[in-house]
Design a protein. Structure first.
Length: 68
Protein backbone atom coordinates (compact mmCIF):
# COMPACT_ATOMS: atom_id res chain seq x y z
CA UNK A 1 0.00 0.00 0.00
CA UNK A 2 2.85 2.36 0.67
CA UNK A 3 3.90 2.00 -2.98
CA UNK A 4 0.42 3.01 -4.12
CA UNK A 5 -0.10 6.00 -1.86
CA UNK A 6 2.18 8.22 -3.95
CA UNK A 7 0.26 7.33 -7.10
CA UNK A 8 -3.27 8.06 -5.91
CA UNK A 9 -3.49 11.75 -6.77
CA UNK A 10 -1.52 11.35 -10.03
CA UNK A 11 -3.37 8.32 -11.37
CA UNK A 12 -5.71 9.35 -14.23
CA UNK A 13 -8.71 7.74 -12.52
CA UNK A 14 -7.41 8.16 -8.94
CA UNK A 15 -7.43 4.36 -8.85
CA UNK A 16 -3.86 2.96 -8.71
CA UNK A 17 -3.25 -0.74 -8.20
CA UNK A 18 -0.25 -3.02 -8.09
CA UNK A 19 1.31 -6.27 -6.93
CA UNK A 20 4.30 -7.25 -4.86
CA UNK A 21 5.77 -10.69 -4.09
CA UNK A 22 4.53 -12.11 -0.78
CA UNK A 23 6.25 -15.50 -0.90
CA UNK A 24 7.80 -17.72 -3.56
CA UNK A 25 4.39 -18.73 -4.88
CA UNK A 26 2.12 -15.84 -3.95
CA UNK A 27 1.52 -12.24 -4.92
CA UNK A 28 -0.02 -9.56 -2.74
CA UNK A 29 -2.40 -7.21 -4.55
CA UNK A 30 -3.11 -3.61 -3.60
CA UNK A 31 -5.69 -1.08 -4.63
CA UNK A 32 -6.30 2.49 -3.50
CA UNK A 33 -8.88 5.04 -4.53
CA UNK A 34 -9.87 8.60 -3.67
CA UNK A 35 -13.12 10.24 -4.64
CA UNK A 36 -13.12 13.18 -7.04
CA UNK A 37 -14.45 15.56 -4.39
CA UNK A 38 -11.07 15.44 -2.58
CA UNK A 39 -8.11 17.45 -3.83
CA UNK A 40 -4.62 15.93 -3.85
CA UNK A 41 -3.74 17.21 -0.36
CA UNK A 42 -6.95 15.89 1.21
CA UNK A 43 -6.55 12.56 -0.56
CA UNK A 44 -2.97 12.16 0.69
CA UNK A 45 -3.98 13.12 4.24
CA UNK A 46 -6.86 10.62 4.22
CA UNK A 47 -4.70 7.86 2.73
CA UNK A 48 -1.95 8.39 5.32
CA UNK A 49 -4.56 8.17 8.10
CA UNK A 50 -5.92 4.87 6.81
CA UNK A 51 -2.45 3.43 6.20
CA UNK A 52 -1.53 4.03 9.82
CA UNK A 53 -4.74 2.24 10.86
CA UNK A 54 -3.90 -0.71 8.57
CA UNK A 55 -0.49 -1.13 10.16
CA UNK A 56 -2.07 -1.22 13.62
CA UNK A 57 -5.02 -3.46 12.79
CA UNK A 58 -3.20 -5.86 10.45
CA UNK A 59 0.44 -6.04 11.60
CA UNK A 60 1.29 -9.13 9.51
CA UNK A 61 0.35 -7.29 6.29
CA UNK A 62 -1.26 -10.37 4.79
CA UNK A 63 -4.73 -8.99 4.16
CA UNK A 64 -6.86 -6.00 4.98
CA UNK A 65 -9.66 -3.76 3.83
CA UNK A 66 -10.71 -0.37 5.14
CA UNK A 67 -13.39 1.68 3.48
CA UNK A 68 -14.04 5.26 4.42
Amino acid sequence: MRKLKGDIDTSPLWFPNGTTPYSNLRQMYGLAQCTRDLDGTECTKCTNNYLSQLETLFPNNSGDVIKG
